[in-house]
Design a protein around this ligand. Structure first.
Ligand SMILES: NC(=O)c1ccc[n+]([C@@H]2O[C@H](COP(=O)([O-])OP(=O)(O)OC[C@H]3O[C@@H](n4cnc5c(N)ncnc54)[C@H](OP(=O)(O)O)[C@@H]3O)[C@@H](O)[C@H]2O)c1
Length: 290
């Protein structure tokens, strides 16, 4: 019989919660490519997993020695902290040897969630990430980009957008290597860009007009609801953007280089790759304001 103490990393099953999302999908792909056993946690998984339904948790946690936690919709939303505390304690009780939390930078819900995961009793790592480049190409702002207008309540703030590939590489390092236990990796891209700069980069990469428009939180909420975002999501989203895009995060870190020994991916390279993939070629569809 194998105990947790004599279990090697190759025997480990990693549970990737949010395993079909922007970072979770990449984390799962990387682990599988290295030959590790991976279990996907999502509402479409088998068995299905839901953050809102604790009765679905035991089936996915059973036998998972490491867990990646990418909470949805967002750590800043009501209820997230309690859910993170409960599932982390449940994972530790199931024998998880490592918890890796994907966190946000600077918002209160993210900070409280980090503390909840750290208090669960299992070794932990936090990957505290800036805004993802992929918000522009995977779901949230995809239709805005293809429509040519990205409207956000972000003023002219600058943000060190980070690539989800870098976030996933750091998360995988933390899931596989105990050298990251107890570490907070604050990861950003290499450069500060305003949202207008980001739109310009995408326009250059796609050779199509894309521009940024600064709107008020109220205008953003109204437009999001009109585009099909549920009312109870639109307002917290606007509040989150207003909070994390108030200038508090307008600095780059060396988190990617410290964790991986290589520089982070630049937004320009991301935009060129995304443009080449054809993701921005499709005409806009309704209902993707988030
Ligand atoms: N986006 C950013 O720029 C950013 C930056 C820093 C930190 N973060 C943090 O990253 C986390 C994830 O955000 P994201 O925007 O990247 O989302 P995401 O991971 O792309 O979210 C989608 C994933 O969550 C799953 N999911 C959605 N609702 C679920 C539910 N009720 N129960 C179980 N699984 C559910 C989806 O699978 P199914 O649809 O199959 O259930 C999918 O795997 C958030 O906690 C956020 O605070 C995001």
């Amino acid at each position: 019989m194998t105990t947790h103490d004599d279990m090697t990393i190759d025997d480990m099953t990693t549970l990737v919660l949010g395993g079909t999302g922007k970072t979770g999908r990449r984390v799962a792909q990387r682990l599988a490519a290295r030959g590790h056993a991976v279990r996907i946690g999502s509402r479409r998984g088998a068995p299905p997993f839901s953050w809102e339904e604790p009765a679905t948790w035991d089936a996915v946690l059973d036998g998972a020695q490491a867990v990646y936690l990418a909470y949805a919709p967002d750590l800043a939303f009501p209820g997230a902290v309690d859910t993170l505390a409960a599932i982390s304690a449940r994972a530790a009780a199931h024998g998880a040897q490592r918890l890796v939390l994907l966190s946000g930078r600077g918002e209160e819900g993210a900070r409280a969630s980090e503390q909840a995961v750290a208090a669960a009793g299992a070794p932990w790592t936090v990957v505290r990430a800036a805004w993802f480049d992929q918000n522009f190409s995977e779901h949230f702002l995809l239709d805005a980009v293809t429509s040519g207008v990205v409207a956000l309540p972000a003023g002219d703030v600058v943000e060190p957008f980070v690539d989800a590939d870098d976030v996933a590489d750091v998360a995988v390092a933390a899931l596989l290597d105990p050298g990251h236990d107890g570490v907070v990796h604050e990861v950003t891209g290499p450069r500060l860009l305003s949202f207008a700069d980001a739109a310009d980069e995408i326009a250059a990469a796609t050779r199509r007009p894309v521009r940024y428009v600064s709107v008020s939180p109220e205008e953003y909420v109204a437009a999001a609801i009109a585009a099909g975002v549920p009312e109870d999501e639109a307002a917290p989203l606007a509040a989150l953007f207003t909070e994390v895009l108030d200038g508090r995060n307008a600095y780059v870190t060396d988190g990617v280089a410290r964790a991986l020994g290589r520089p982070p991916i630049d937004f320009r390279d991301y935009a060129r790759r995304a443009a080449a993939s054809g993701v921005w070629d499709a005409p806009a569809t309704a209902g993707a304001a988030r």
